[in-house]
Ligand binder design. Structure first.
Ligand code: FAD
Length: 459
């Protein structure tokens, strides 16, 4: 028997939020039809971002619209609230949130009460107190950042092509990426591939004029694909003239000069920071138990430890890894776990509402695939190691099968097919980010948000 009008609040509309709500919507369809349960999803954007496609979006191989899934399309039986949860008082079953309307009305934050809480706000970039980082660097977690970066890179090539000052040209054509995980390596490899191709349309910018630097503090990159494939990736990137610096840290990027711990200095207008993630800060604004690393302490059933009616999964949750064979091991923050945990989480909430026993989460990591540009990749899946074209093909096939909804699969496939038939897109639409600038100028004013040539301000 389902409890009367169980109010389920899902915080976050990413992998975990969307898949949990989808599962609940399906599981509780009849009950929702009779008005016995309601699901509210609170999320800052009305779409879920398929993050593994962000590097391809940056390279122009997939349109930004097609790497996101509109939540209102896929969750017609849920209430989608575009807003941000800022605090949670679970003892009182109350969440505090701000929405676009609360900003407009000036009424202050709103309170929302619930019976069941699903906390899935994911993670944010883990930054360090590096001088200049907050002013000049950009992350690579959102579709806005991916597209901003694409536009910025192409604009730097335009700057280099039109300046007579060698210092400006050098800085424009130097791109520094910090962090050798998935996001950093794939983003750098895809953008380098795109930029190298784009040089054929410039009369005075050659591929060898571009300087790409990957800075990684540990002695390896892409740990997700294993040691061998990580080493292969380093040699493949170096073969492409990418300067991979292991055991090195970014010490400063103040005054538009990247200073590394090995003493190297690179004047640059582009610093991309992908040196890891940390749990979302909203977790600290709750009365729920956290690990020393700030993730929510969870049980293998995906409930939050020591409290009732609170659930979590994904990057924000420390879920015991029952397949690791040692106590204290947690599942890694990646999409592979997030999707599987979300499905079990949805099922377990439905089971708990029906008074049925809960199931535990156990999934052994099967490996990873990564794209390193068009027709290049690396993979280590189910013990099999692949590189080059086969790995790239596997990357595309895998992610095509994984991106949610048939609609998105069809659109992505159509784009890949068309880009195989025609030339690559090399256009930068940075001006889309300042749509009023031209009109403001025509109307006699001064553009309010001038392009700064900085990826954050985005050019
Ligand atoms: C570039 C890139 C490439 C990647 N590639 C891979 C890959 O190939 N394979 C792989 O396994 N993993 C990959 N990952 C990691 C994977 O995307 C994450 O592990 C996964 O998204 C985690 O899911 P999640 O639901 O916990 O968080 P997310 O998907 O990040 O969702 C969190 C959601 O919560 C929302 N939110 C945040 N704060 C609030 C708030 N205060 N109130 C309400 N909502 C909030 C966010 O806007 C977001 O919608 C990649 C990540 C990146 C950045």
């Amino acid at each position: 028997m389902v409890k009367e009008r169980a109010r389920i609040l899902v915080v976050g509309g990413g992998y975990v939020g969307m898949y949990t709500a989808l599962r609940l919507q399906r599981q509780l369809r009849q009950e929702i039809g009779r008005g016995e349960a309601e699901i509210t999803v609170v999320t800052p954007d009305p779409y879920m971002t398929y993050q593994p496609f962000l590097p391809e979006a940056a390279a122009g191989a997939v349109s930004p619209r097609h790497v996101v899934v509109p939540l209102r399309h896929v969750l017609p039986h849920c209430r989608v609230v575009v807003g941000e949860v800022t605090a949670i008082d679970h003892a009182r079953r109350t969440a505090t949130l701000t929405t676009l309307a609360t900003d407009e009305e000036g009424t202050g934050p709103r309170r929302l009460t619930y019976d069941e809480l699903v906390l899935a706000p994911g993670s944010v970039s883990r930054t360090l107190p590096v001088p200049g980082l907050a002013d000049h660097a950009i992350g690579f977690k959102t579709v806005e950042e991916a597209i901003g970066l694409r536009n910025h890179v192409i604009e730097q090539m335009d700057i280099a092509s039109s300046t007579r000052d060698p210092a400006i040209r050098d800085a424009a054509l130097t791109f520094v990426f910090v962090g050798g995980g998935f996001a950093g390596v794939e983003a750098l490899a895809e953008l380098e591939d795109m930029a190298r191709y784009t040089t054929r349309y410039y009369h005075n910018v050659e591929p060898e004029d571009l300087k790409w630097i990957l800075v990684e503090a540990s002695d390896r990159i892409l740990p997700e694909v294993g040691e061998d494939m990580g080493r292969y990736t380093v040699s493949e990137l170096r073969r492409r003239n990418i300067d991979v610096r292991l055991g090195t840290r970014l010490e400063s990027c103040a005054d538009r000069v990247a200073v590394l711990s090995d003493g190297a200095r690179f004047p640059t207008r582009t610093v991309v920071w992908t040196a890891g993630v940390k749990p979302h800060p909203v977790l600290a604004a709750s009365d729920l138990p956290l690990t020393e690393r700030g993730r929510l302490k969870c049980t293998p059933e995906l409930t939050v430890e020591g409290v009732t009616h609170a659930w979590a999964a994904g990057d924000a949750a420390a879920v015991p890894d029952l397949t690791a064979g040692r106590p204290g091991a947690y599942t890694a923050p990646n999409a592979q776990h997030a999707v599987r945990q979300a499905k079990l989480l949805g099922d377990n909430i439905a089971r708990s509402l029906r008074g049925e026993p809960l199931r535990t989460y156990a999934h052994a990591y099967v490996g990873s695939v990564a794209s390193l540009g068009l027709h290049k990749g690396v993979a280590h899946v189910y013990g099999r190691k692949l590189k080059g074209y086969p790995a790239w093909f596997m990357h595309r096939a895998y992610h095509l099968s994984r991106i949610p909804t048939f609609n998105r699969k069809a659109r992505v496939l159509a784009e890949w097919t068309l880009s195989g038939l025609f030339k690559r897109e090399i256009v930068s639409l940075g001006s889309l980010e300042h749509p009023r600038a031209e009109f403001e100028l025509a109307a006699g004013g001064k553009p309010s948000d001038e392009s700064s040539g900085d990826p954050k301000g985005s050019s």
